[in-house]
Design a binder for this molecule. Structure first.
Ligand SMILES: *Cc1c(COP(=O)(O)O)cnc(C)c1O
Length: 380
């Protein structure tokens, strides 16, 4: 019997490709290493020969991909002697900031938009002991305030304008390549600030032949057993495709949006912070941006839950909603391999899920006959 080393998070796993030193104190909750699930039922519903995988980032410690960036940002903040971090957030960044600050023993301040944050995320920020500042304004207003206050108070910003965030988040692309043995043909993501699509592109570029020295070293996690140990380099990079919610779609309208509105609160962002980077990613990769309506987003969320058993939050389903449409209309051709990032867990936003759920809740007496009848009436 051979034992694998205990998984201790993405910084330990990809230490040689991240900006940490041997003696850096790592602040980790075991983030990363999330499942890449091949969809079985949705491709045939589409009537197309495509391989669709979902990268289920909702299974990170605080339930979203933000943990990948936060382990790096908080590790570096602590290394630099910072005692407090601050972020503006549509919810998931604040949940991650609160948890990693708790882990590190430092203070977190989180600015969230009044009333437009999913319940689960608010619960996390409060439970981990961060100071929650609910502002009468949206994410973009919060982001502006955070940038200003960081000049006047001893706090480190941990929004994705913090470059260490993207360094942590690029590791999702490493994991995908290691599992598929190559990069997918298309990588579809929901886009808010556009930090994540940028981070993935950084990761794919580092693993492609352009900078092959990264992959010639054995990785710390597998101690030389993974397929890159021998110095293999992947030759391809995906087309990066970013989908936004129609009411919050600056990359589609071509300019900033002042009053973004969508049920997908995690991407309710009108002034993306990684605007220039993301356009560069689109051009370099040959991908595109497009918008999905709230109806399409919720339909994809439900389809994924009902047909594949995977529960993601509304914003996350935007990647699948867009991919399904572009597979159907042929923009993504048959024979393609597609990865859709599912950025956050469905349990983050139970209210939206229950509101649109069709699964019947039958009220019956606590009697055998009634249960029996309910079963016979509802068998498929
Ligand atoms: C933060 C977030 C996004 C958007 O990511 P960006 O890097 O801002 O583009 C999408 N979905 C979820 C669930 C998020 O928390």
């Amino acid at each position: 019997m051979t034992f694998r080393p205990r998984y201790t998070g993405l910084i330990d796993r990809y230490r040689d490709r991240l900006p940490v030193h041997d003696d850096t104190r790592i602040i980790s909750l075991g983030e990363g290493n999330t499942p890449l699930i091949r969809l079985h039922n949705i491709p045939s519903l589409l009537g197309k020969e495509v391989d669709i995988y979902v990268k289920y980032e909702g299974l990170n410690p605080t339930g979203s991909f933000k943990d990948r960036g936060m382990t790096m940002a908080v590790t570096k903040a602590v290394e630099a002697g910072s005692r407090a971090i601050i972020c503006a957030s549509t919810g998931n960044t604040s949940a991650a900031a609160a948890a990693y600050a708790a882990r590190a023993g430092i203070t977190a301040f989180v600015l969230i938009p009044d009333g437009k944050i999913a319940q689960g995320k608010l619960a996390q920020a409060m439970m981990h002991g961060s100071t929650v500042l609910q502002i009468q304004g949206n994410f973009d207003a919060g982001m502006k305030l955070v940038k200003e206050v960081a000049d006047h108070a001893p706090v480190t910003i941990v929004n994705s304008i913090n470059p260490f965030r993207l360094q942590g988040q690029k590791t999702a692309a490493f994991e995908i390549i290691e599992e598929l043995g190559r990069a997918p043909d298309y990588h579809c993501l929901p886009v808010g600030n556009a930090g994540n699509i940028t981070a993935h592109w950084i990761g794919y570029c580092e693993y492609s032949s352009a900078s092959g020295d990264h992959v010639t070293k054995a990785c710390a996690f597998c101690e030389g057993h993974c397929r890159f140990a021998g110095g293999a380099i992947v030759g391809n990079r995906p087309k990066m495709v970013g989908y936004q919610a129609a009411g919050s779609a600056p990359f589609i309208t071509g300019g900033m949006v002042d009053n973004p509105e969508t049920v997908a609160t995690a991407i309710r962002i009108g002034h993306p912070q990684s605007w220039d980077y993301a356009w560069q990613v689109q051009k370099e990769s040959g991908g595109w941006f497009d918008a999905c309506t709230d109806e399409e987003i919720l339909a994809a969320q439900k389809l994924l839950a009902e047909k594949e058993g995977v529960f993601c939050e509304p914003a996350s389903a935007t990647s699948l909603a867009g991919a399904m449409r572009d597979v159907k209309n042929g923009k993504i051709p048959e024979g393609s391999s597609i990865v859709c990032t599912l950025t956050g867990h469905g349990l983050k936003d139970p209210d939206t899920a229950i509101k649109q759920s069709s699964g019947p809740v039958l009220k019956i007496a606590a009697e055998l006959d009634e249960v029996k009848r309910a079963i016979l009436d509802n068998l498929a």
